[in-house]
Design a protein around this ligand. Structure first.
Ligand code: HEM
Length: 187
């Protein structure tokens, strides 16, 4: 995973809990790096170790942390100068979700070794939609909930996101059911 992701995690923990807490997380995870380079690739396993260690240090479930990280990612990418990519996702939450693969394809121009996830939207109604998430990676599914909530916020849409189907066995991908809460519209 590109260092940009680990930097965001570091920033999230440092902002909320301080640098000393991050040092504790890093020590517990056995991670030497004090700084992650945005454009360098790091093993996915290192990111997983950091998330697991942060969950232990902060005494919060890892799933909850990943969900918060998803929400934070939407803010972090804006601050880091990727706002234009998010602005090109069309006028609605639905268009934005449908445009995620194209957006990551553009990210690939900046990060050539990117291994982006793939998404598909189905079952669009005035009440919500389904988001299908395909990735070679495991363990990042809870992040999608926060990402979709954060994306919804950008469109003034409140959503309830449920991890309806987990990858494994007969399922080759994860599925999230997105329910629009009252007063929200995705079209
Ligand atoms: C401008 C905004 C964004 C940028 C710059 C960006 C960039 C990236 C980068 C650099 C990675 C690491 C992948 C790798 O190193 O191989 C990544 C992973 C990921 N991105 Fe994005 N992303 C953005 C927005 C989004 C949005 C809006 C979503 C979904 C709603 C999303 C979903 C994911 C997921 C789930 C991963 C984890 C990797 C995986 O599941 O395989 N990203 N993204």
């Amino acid at each position: 995973m590109y260092g940009l992701v680990n930097r965001a995690l570091q920033q999230l923990v440092c902002t909320h809990c301080g640098d000393a807490t991050w040092d504790e997380v890093r020590a517990r995870a056995g991670v030497q790096e004090e700084v992650f380079m945005r454009m360098d690739s790091y093993p996915d396993e290192l990111t997983h170790r950091l998330v697991a260690a942060a969950a232990e240090v902060l005494q919060r479930p890892a799933e909850e942390l990943l969900k918060e990280f998803g929400r934070y990612w939407m803010k972090y990418t804006m601050v880091e100068g990727y706002g234009a990519l998010l602005s090109d996702l069309g006028p609605t939450l639905h268009s934005a979700l449908a445009a995620l693969d194209g957006m990551h394809a553009r990210v690939t121009l900046l990060y050539p070794a990117l291994k982006p996830p793939m998404f598909r939207v189905t079952g669009m109604t005035d009440k919500g939609m389904r988001l299908h998430y395909h990735s070679d990676r495991a363990g990042f599914a809870p992040m999608i909930i926060g990402l979709v909530e954060g994306l919804g916020e950008r469109y003034g849409v409140r959503v309830e996101v449920t991890h309806a189907v987990a990858k494994g066995g007969e399922h080759d991908h994860d599925r999230f059911d997105i329910r629009l809460l009252s007063g929200s519209t995705a079209t």
